[in-house]
Structure formats: structure tokens, C-alpha cells
Design a protein around this ligand. Structure first.
Ligand code: AKG
Ligand code: FE2
Length: 358
């Protein structure tokens, strides 16, 4: 089974002209594909004419150059006292949920062996860079730490590249969120109205395949993302496995020029469990090894960079099953909670206050 690829162009044409009422048959069918794929696979591939493969490459090039600096040089951008909310997070800091969550470990043991995730032996050996995207609310109960963005020296294109890729990814997510809402039979802006001024983060990961390139190495241990929707451009090195709703494990192949969307826990909340947060892991696989061999042959960087962006529901907005999802049998499992409180609660489990999307 392959993930469907949905072209956002037809919807973009329609949306420019008006609301959901004017959405025609063809576009309505695309919206149904979006919601069905998020429900059945927790993921979706999209093509957004506003986000080109060249944009993705420009982003990967800059972040690759940054991660290939020495550990000491990168640590100049480390802000542990700000709980790594901005700047770089070194390898060995992020802890996969499957390492600390007993319920999750229980669930893993009950899975058929062929679909079990690779067991991480400790914290993730991946680096990450946190860059805030989009405006924040003037008045909020959840003021993010008052910290300036951290800009690495010697990369003059950094700020513009991060801001530009970040806002493109948010635009793509907003369209997916509108299409999903229509597909689920909700008003077009059911999700996007809650995303306004959310604490969105562009949070690329960087994994050193030179040092950690043997088959089975776990870069990101089995987990779900606690935000609303996650979007990634194509990575130059594959390795992402996702779990479908039917429990099967699937290796994701992102075609050139496509973006990968994954459902997070806040979407699960808003749909009363119709969509479950997609479980996933990043592991060095045979396909990663092939990509490593090719990169070596072509003298390219051996840093695996992801272009991950975590899109969030605004911290002061209430998470609860929306519209008809409030009537579903599972709705009681998703009581109303402020998105900011929910995020803090999740982070306390993995004991990394201030880290999003893990
Ligand atoms: O490195 C990646 O490709 C994705 C990592 C991931 O799942 C995450 O950052 O939440
Ligand atoms: Fe993730």
C-alpha cells in the first residue's frame, strides 16, 4: 500500500474564489482523500505548487552546512536554560516516548513481531534546530520563554531561508487542514481558526550517518507527535517508518517535490479519535544504506536532515471533539483541555519541558 499523493492546486484555485459551498465534485473528492488518508494511515503525501523541490533543496543545503560543523561550533547555539526551545539541541538529549512510557512499552509487546518498532537503547542520537514560525499572541496564558531567535554566525542566508521555508510549510498545512475539515464534514475553517498564532516550530533534525550509519540505528525512537499536524519536505536519506491504523508498519517513500503530512495528537483530540496520532520512528534501513553509498560516491554530505515543521493549535484554544465528533462513542476519552495545558502535560511525561512535537 502506498500513501496517496494529493495535489493541492485544484483546491487552491477553488479556495481563492470562495468557501466550501463552492467546492465542486472533483475538489470534494480530493478533500475526502485527505481525511480518509489521515484516518487510515495517519499520514498523507501532498504536492503544493507553492513549495518547489528547489525550495526544499535550498533549505536542506543550508541546514546540512550547519549540522556538518563541529559539535563545539554547534553548541554555541545551544540554550539549555531556555529548555532548548530555540537554537540547537545536541544529540543524546531528546528521549523517545517509547523509552519512558510504560503503557507504550506494553502496547509494543502486544504487537505482532514483524510490526514491532526497533527498540531504542537510549536517547535519540539526532541533533535538532528549533526555529519559531509565524506570529505569537499578544495576550496568552502560555507565554513562551521570552527569547530571541538564535541565528548561527557565518550563514547569512539562514534567517531568510528558515522564515521562507517555514511560512511555505505553514501555508501547505493550512490548506491540508481546510481540506481535511471539509472531508470530515466540518466547516472549512474548523481547524485553521484554532491554528492562528499557534506556537508553530520549524524543527529540522540532523543525524550524522558517518558516525551512526549502521543498519538498525534508531535516530528517532517510536513515538507520536503531540502537535496538530507535522509536515516534512523530502529528506535526502530515507528511514521513516509509520504505523497504519490497522497496526501494520510501513516504510515511507516521499517522491521528489512532495511533502509528507503526519497526524499529531491534537488532531486526534479534535476528531474524538476518528484520526489517531500517527506512530512513527526513524531508523537506518537498507534504503538508507543505499542512499549513504550513493552520497559517498557523489561526495555529498552524510548528514541526514529532515525538514520537520510542527504545526500547533493555539495554546489558549480548547481541544475537544469538534462538531459531530462530539457525538462519537469515544468522545469522552477526549475531555476539553486548553491546548497549552495539554502540551505541558505531555511534556511532563517525557520530562523535557519546553520541547515540542516529540
Ligand atoms: O527526522 C525525521 O525525519 C523526523 C523525526 C521526527 O519524527 C520528529 O522530529 O518528531
Ligand atoms: Fe515525530
Amino acid at each position: 500500500m502506498d500513501l496517496p499523493v494529493v495535489d493541492l492546486a485544484p483546491f487552491l484555485g477553488t479556495a481563492a474564489g470562495g468557501g466550501a459551498a463552492e467546492v465542486g465534485e472533483e475538489v470534494r473528492a480530493l478533500c475526502a482523500t485527505v481525511s480518509a488518508s489521515l484516518r487510515d494511515t495517519g499520514a498523507l503525501l501532498v504536492k503544493d505548487p507553492r513549495c518547489s523541490a528547489a525550495d526544499n533543496d535550498r533549505f536542506l543545503d543550508v541546514v546540512e552546512r550547519y549540522f556538518s560543523r563541529s559539535a563545539e561550533a554547534k553548541r554555541l547555539q545551544e540554550r539549555p536554560h531556555l529548555h532548548y526551545q530555540v537554537g540547537v539541541t545536541p544529540e543524546g538529549v531528546e528521549v523517545p516516548r517509547s523509552l519512558v512510557d510504560k503503557d507504550m512499552q506494553e502496547k509494543i509487546r502486544s504487537m505482532p513481531e514483524e510490526f514491532q518498532p526497533t527498540t531504542p537503547k537510549g536517547p535519540d542520537p539526532k541533533w535538532r534546530y528549533m526555529w519559531r514560525v509565524g506570529p505569537r499572541p499578544a495576550n496568552t496564558r502560555f507565554k513562551e520563554l521570552n527569547s530571541e531567535p538564535v541565528i548561527p554566525d557565518g550563514l547569512p542566508e539562514w534567517k531568510e531561508t528558515m522564515d521562507s521555508w517555514g511560512s511555505k510549510m505553514i501555508s501547505a498545512i493550512e490548506v491540508v487542514a481546510e481540506m481535511a475539515a471539509i472531508g470530515f464534514g466540518l466547516p472549512k475553517d474548523a481547524f485553521t481558526s484554532l491554528m492562528k498564532e499557534g506556537p508553530h516550530l520549524l524543527a529540522p533534525t540532523g543525524s550524522d550517518l558517518q558516525r551512526h550509519g549502521s543498519e538498525g540505528t534508531v535516530f528517532a525512537g517510536f513515538h507520536y507527535d503531540l502537535n496538530f499536524l507535522t509536515i516534512h519536505g523530502r529528506s535526502r536519506f530515507p528511514g521513516l517508518n509509520i504505523w497504519l491504523r490497522n497496526g501494520k508498519k510501513m516504510e515511507v517513500k516521499v517522491p521528489v517535490g512532495c511533502l509528507l503530512i503526519q497526524s499529531g495528537k491534537q488532531l486526534e483530540w479534535l476528531t474524538g479519535g476518528e484520526c489517531l496520532a500517527g506512530m512513527h520512528e526513524v531508523v537506518v534501513t537498507k534504503r538508507t544504506l543505499e542512499a549513504i553509498a550513493l552520497a559517498k560516491e557523489q561526495n555529498r554530505s552524510l548528514w541526514r536532515v529532515s525538514s520537520t515543521l510542527f504545526a500547533h493549535i493555539a495554546s489558549d484554544a480548547i481541544l475537544k471533539p469538534l462538531g459531530h465528533f462530539a457525538e462519537t462513542p469515544n468522545a469522552d476519552s477526549y475531555p476539553p483541555i486548553c491546548a497549552g495545558d495539554y502540551v505541558e502535560q505531555e511534556l511532563s511525561v517525557i520530562n523535557l519541558k519546553g520541547k515540542d512535537g516529540l
